[in-house]
Design a protein around this ligand. Sequence first.
Ligand code: ATP
Length: 336
Amino acid sequence: MGEYILEVKGLKTYYRTRLKENVYAVDGVDFVLEKGKTLGIAGESGCGKSTLALSLMGFYFPPLFYHSGSIVVNGIDVMKLSKEQLRKKILGREISYIPQAAMNALNPTLKIIHFIEDMMKEHRPELSKKQVWQMAAERFETLNLSPNVLNSYPNELSGGMKQRTVIAISTILNPKVLIADEPTSALDVTSQKAVIKLLKELLKKEFIQSLVFITHELPLLYHVTDDIMVMYAGEIVERGTAHQMIFDPIHPYTKKLMGSIIVPEEGMKAHKLAAIPGAPPNLKNVPPGCRFADRCEYAADPCRQGKVENKIVGERIYRCMIEPDTLKELYAREQT
Ligand SMILES: Nc1ncnc2c1ncn2[C@@H]1O[C@H](COP(=O)(O)OP(=O)(O)OP(=O)(O)O)[C@@H](O)[C@H]1O
């Protein structure tokens, strides 16, 4: 086991609606990320992936609030910091975040260099405008992006170029962890490949040390990440290496999720998440027992009422009442 760059324990973060109901979007999440590793997060829409990303960044703006648990980034317990300390010491430096559709959020009236100058005013105030330009141009060149982009307005760039620019800006301070939420969605295949290449380049050049990649595109996770973690209804239901998760899933939800995807060289065929019959539970009113039980063909009474604990199988973790050997037998029986 290497050094942990991110350690999350018992994290609970909820939305509070106007009717004073809680939405249990991140409900007891535990995981670690080792230095040098890439971790993919997958799961159906609404299972809490983006909320987890926001929570890791300390972005608690109503209606989202922190309930309990710890987030330790590179040895620093971020929940113990003031907002000011978080902004100055952690965001951008230790951990950076590219939200969904970030490329469309750039102010169209400002040139790209302006966004970098803004960051540097906060984090490297000793640098002159000329030094900031030089630093930015050098970084862009190293990442095979033309420094001319710095002088452009966001709308002068193509979607793919805009996304790569956002990634280059977000990592200019060499954060230890980059959290990218659907960084390739809404891009054509060529631009998607360029974004992936850029992320790999950032890791190779050690401009970032670890990556958390959130996406619906499971084959992408297989090709990009070391490990995959699957979320369901606010909880992590399984984590393993990308290969284990795709070719040997343990949890019935992971199995269903992976069921429809295809990795070309392994003879698989599809691209997106499988359509799983039924819908996840309403996160305002989560059922007791296993949250997947209503959609699980193997669920029995204890699954609906009992307390579900994480089970550890080697280096894998899964959250299910059924023993792994029993699940394997059930899966094998289905194939015969
Ligand atoms: N502002 C909000 N107020 C109340 N509930 C919210 C709010 N934003 C998200 N939620 C709820 O929190 C839950 C988790 O949403 P989240 O966006 O984190 O899921 P996700 O897995 O990232 O989905 P997607 O893949 O569609 O982005 C969902 O039930 C969602 O409806």
